[in-house]
Design a protein around this ligand. Sequence first.
Ligand code: 5RP
Length: 251
Amino acid sequence: MGSAAASPPPSGKMSQDELKRVAAHRAVEFVEPGMTLGLGTGSTAAHALDRLGDLLRAGALPGVAGVPTSLKTELHAARVGIPLLQLDGARIRLSIDGADEVDPDLNLVKGRGGSLLREKMIEGAGERFVVIVDESKLVPRLGCTGAVPVEVVPFGAPHTLGLIRKVFDGLPGFHARLRTVADGDLVSAPFVTDNGNYIVEMFFEDGIRGDLQDISDRLLRITGVVEHGMFLGMATTVIVANNDGTVSVLH
Ligand code: 5RP
């Protein structure tokens, strides 16, 4: 992992949301007129959408359009005036998105917002993938700070959950469950993705130890699993807004 020189810190302590905005604005500096972009999902990516909208309205980025990674992003982008395209084989020059975790090899956990499938399709199709995070997202191992999501088809979801558990059989502290949302008083319903699927959340006591590529392959071989939220070797650049106000650019 390489790292570029950090910028001088602005005065005063910034909130986590301000740090997210700093990282997002830095990423938007990579956008050039005429580019088709992958538009990420989440609170950090939202700052990039707002910035892009401002620049487009000011006439600074003629010809820029974006492919949204979620219905939420589609609505947000439309609201701020970013022209939208489908994922239809057109060249995506640059994707900008947040992440839940970034490990020292720039592997990511994404999808705690539930949009991992479209994110992986669009960001995997693009030429450059710039990840924008605040420092809290840097981890020694994936799975350290929360769930690693897996998108599964609703049919037989409890059965698929059982097969996912078997991949990590005997791993101390591992557990997995179907993600739910509150649906009225005291009733919980499965969380449903933009693609009409469910999410299984995998939890690890101290992060995932082992061969990530092998774990990825084993998960994807389970019939019923659509995709998982480990983004291995996909990020080309990670922009980190640090707590001390500096910005690091990792490659
Ligand atoms: C959504 C994602 C988000 O990029 C990830 O959850 C980070 O979100 P935030 O920028 O709100 O911290 O993968 O599916």
